[in-house]
Design a protein around this ligand. Structure first.
Ligand SMILES: [Zn+2]
Length: 416
């Protein structure tokens, strides 16, 4: 508002540029006059301040209302074309988590790398669509859709919160309006195509946009990459202000990057090349933001996939598992207490994403991680697992832990 007012004042009072101007001195000659105009405009703005802030609020509200109106129009199309889920658990979960994050977003100003940086409150609505797609999308004005498939594939509420925070950020940063403003020449005919692509492809369907000839120029601007990264950054800030673990946003992105890598190799065999490993870039950017913000990246606290899972056996022994792999069996009368202590140490060790050589044994009965004891092998453990000797159990345990390190390296080496 202020800028456009100043600009209007300058246009209105600046003398016409001489048409024979080949001289660079003309610009210099204009400068004192320009300064004076700006000073006068600034003074008049200040005199008029209360009136102007009211006008700005009204204009901001008009922008918000326009987004809601546009979004609502597209919800009619979505709900005519797609079936709403009837899964009450999914509906309850999305509304509970989304409702909390929406409340955070509506009161939290965030750092914005791309989009409208004003705090724009929206009456967010969260709906679940039927289908196994691991996907979600957001329409202007805060209408957010999540597929059943995403709800079954996310690991716990924290990861789902990460996805919803990202979707909320697309709406709160007014990404479609920002795109429309930046691409004003194209907007009349690209906007419906952009929204159609968002609905059809959702978060993982950027291929739809990439392939569309209509959008070649829009894509050349890299707008959707800017939009994705900005929604991640703002979403992360909402997560920090929320009840959920912000690191889950990273574990979710790493999961998408993994799927993308798998899909990319499938696409290559079909002769389709994917030039932008977007999820991997985004995981890298999230890692950098977490480090900048001083948030320790402890995946074991954000996702059960990265957490040692203890299972009690009927005979009193306790097994330690990691993502479907059995690591160790604790025997004896204090198996439970020993397993809990070891699980804590193993989680800390795995959270550091160590190299294979960093797991070692000291004597036959101690396993070390980064030179610190991870667990102590007791004779009861040898009996519990039916090993022939302590040395054999030691070797097997080292191998089990190495297989976890190998798995971690495969999953997250991209983002270290
Ligand atoms: Zn997105």
């Amino acid at each position: 508002m202020l800028n456009s007012l100043l600009f209007a004042a300058i246009i209105a009072t600046a003398p016409a540029m001489p048409t024979d101007s080949g001289c660079t001195a003309c610009a210099t000659a204009l400068e004192p006059r320009l300064e004076q105009i700006v000073a006068e405009a600034w003074a008049s703005v200040q005199d008029d301040a209360p009136a102007i802030s009211r006008v700005a609020d009204k204009r901001h509200q008009a922008d918000i209302d326009k987004d809601i109106e546009m979004g609502r129009k597209y919800t009619e199309i979505v709900e005519k074309e797609y079936k709403l889920s009837t899964d009450q658990d999914h509906i309850e979960r999305v509304n509970r988590i989304g409702g909390h994050l929406a409340e955070v977003a509506n009161r939290t100003p965030v750092r914005v790398s791309w989009g409208d940086s004003r705090l724009s409150p929206f009456p967010y609505e969260f709906k679940v669509l039927e289908g196994e797609d691991i996907n979600a999308f957001s329409l202007p004005g805060g209408f957010i859709y999540v597929y059943d498939g995403l709800l079954t594939s996310t690991d716990g509420d924290d990861e789902l919160a990460g996805v919803l925070a990202h979707e909320i950020a697309h709406a709160s940063l007014r990404h479609i309006a920002t795109f429309q403003r930046e691409q004003s020449r194209l907007s009349t005919w690209t906007l419906p195509a952009v929204i159609a692509a968002i609905i059809l492809g959702g978060e993982t369907g950027h291929g739809v946009l990439m392939g569309s000839q209509l959008l070649t120029q829009a894509n050349a601007s890299g707008w959707h990459i800017n939009a994705e990264k900005a929604a991640d950054y703002a979403g992360l800030q909402y997560m920090i202000k929320s009840d959920y673990n912000p690191v889950a946003m990273l574990t979710m992105m790493e999961r998408l990057a993994r799927n993308e890598r798998f899909r990319a190799s499938t696409m290559r065999t079909l002769g389709i090349f994917q030039t932008h490993p977007l999820s991997r870039d985004r995981a890298d950017a999230l890692t950098a933001h977490l480090k900048d913000l001083g948030i320790p990246i402890k995946r074991s606290l954000a996702s059960t996939v990265y957490r040692v899972d203890l299972r009690d056996l009927p005979n009193g022994a306790v097994e330690a598992w990691f993502d479907g792999r059995k690591l160790y069996t604790f025997g004896g009368s204090n198996a439970r207490a020993r397993s809990e202590e070891a699980a804590k140490k193993l989680n800390d060790f795995f959270d550091q994403v160590p190299e294979l050589f960093e797991v070692q044994s000291r004597e036959a009965d101690v396993i070390l991680g980064r030179r610190l004891p991870l667990l102590k092998i007791e004779p009861e453990d040898v009996a519990a697992v039916g090993a022939s000797s302590m040395e054999e159990l030691n070797r097997n345990t080292i191998n089990s832990i190495k297989s976890v390190l190998y798995l971690l390296a495969y999953r997250i080496w991209d983002t270290r």
